[in-house]
Write a new protein. Structure first.
Length: 391
């Protein structure tokens, strides 16, 4: 059977903000009473990145600080979203500032400006050992923050989204190894709480079966009639509809090549599952069709490090884990597993919140739409309340 190249939202562990978008930084009114200081941070290996240190304008002395850690991909300091849909980090930084915190946001290696705007230097865009480089870069940012006269080095909090949760957990698990002060706390949004191979298998293949069960199998018997398939295809984007149609239908009848037992119905797991598995090429992991060699190398490098469920229990400080129930990149069950592991390690100050209706970028959207947006106000309020309690 011909292998179909599946276009995955974010092409692995969600590279939130990988598209060029509106270069604005969000509502200026949100920065009222907050000083924004442009700084430059030497990340090593020939790259000095632009960053922004913010703090309450009337503050005195050293402040607690939040360092923002991006999702995967070449993100700017705001984690600007594709299509001009705003950003992940701006409103969170504003909220933290109004709670008395300094914040530090930085462009990832290879990013020269908001948009994101990227360098043309391949050595910076595609470094060797890319996840390890990301981790080292984040540590350099924390060290920079700790030396600032505005910052209390014993009160540096790490706030990560998606890949950033993995980075935050690994830094917090062994700060001495990374040459940073022990973090004062970790906030993780869209948690990488399971090994990357499991997450990618779900993103590429498992979500297709989930969608067939959730939105096609009306009577819940695990098998699809031609009528159920036809009804389920209504209103789907053509790319999605075309994929499912090619597996499930032949004209007005179920596809005979998929209906192995010839009963006029297609069993989602036993019959559609193997066909979809072959079409997606997931068994070739990490060499999944459609993934470029650099991304394959990134996945291999990421897999060398413990996921959040394994790294974060080694951190004895407070943790806040947030996940959308509709997140199909980093499923909510992974956040629950990570929080359970933190609790089992004896950490008394841990919390997990699962938000119904929210997707990977912590905004409300239909489950299978992958529509990015700015974090919901409930998420911002939760983070602000948690920061207030731990100031």
């Amino acid at each position: 059977m011909k292998t179909v190249k599946i276009v995955i939202a974010a092409a692995a562990v969600l590279a939130a903000g990988v598209g060029v978008a509106d270069a604005g930084v969000g509502p200026e009114a949100g920065w009222g009473g907050i000083t924004r200081e442009q700084v430059r941070i030497d990340l090593g290996q020939g790259w000095v990145t632009k960053a922004e240190l913010t703090y309450p304008s009337r503050s005195k002395g050293r402040l607690p600080l939040v360092v923002f850690l991006h999702g995967s991909g070449r993100n700017d300091m705001n984690q600007t979203l594709p299509g001009g849909r705003g950003s992940t980090f701006v409103r969170l930084a504003q909220s933290a500032g109004h709670e008395g915190y300094a914040t530090l946001r930085f462009n990832k290696r290879g990013v020269t400006g908001i948009g994101p705007v990227r360098t043309t230097d391949p050595a910076q865009l595609e470094p060797a050992n890319p996840y390890d480089r990301t981790l080292r870069d984040a540590a350099a940012v924390v060290r920079f923050a700790a030396k600032s006269p505005r910052v209390n080095p014993s009160k540096i909090f790490l706030l990560g989204h998606s890949e950033g949760t993995h980075v935050a957990a690994n830094l917090a698990a062994d700060p001495k190894r990374h040459g940073i002060p022990k973090p004062a706390g970790v906030v993780a949004m869209a948690v990488l709480g399971r090994p990357v191979e499991q997450l990618l298998t779900f993103q590429v293949y498992g979500r297709l079966l989930l969608q067939l069960h959730d939105e096609f199998d009306l009577d819940g018997d695990g098998a699809l009639t031609a009528t159920e398939v036809g009804d389920g295809l209504v209103g789907r984007p053509e790319q999605v509809a075309g994929l499912f149609r090619s597996v499930l239908l032949d004209g007005a009848e179920v596809r005979a090549s998929t209906d192995k037992n010839r009963d006029g119905r297609i069993a989602v797991d036993a019959e559609a599952g193997p066909v979809l598995r072959e079409m997606t090429g997931i068994d070739a992991y990490p060499n999944i069709p459609g993934l470029d060699p650099f991304l394959v190398g990134y996945l291999e490098d990421l897999a060398r490090f413990p996921d959040v469920s394994k790294a974060l229990p080694r951190f004895a400080g407070p943790t806040l884990l947030l996940n959308g129930e509709n997140d199909l990149e980093t499923p909510a069950r992974a956040a629950l597993a990570a929080d359970a592991a933190v609790a089992a390690a004896g950490n008394p100050d841990h919390k997990v919140v699962i938000y119904p209706g929210m997707v990977h970028t912590m905004n409300l959207a239909p489950k299978f739409s992958d529509a990015p947006g700015e974090p919901d106000q409930r998420v911002i309020d939760e983070v602000r309340g948690w920061l207030k309690a731990h100031r």
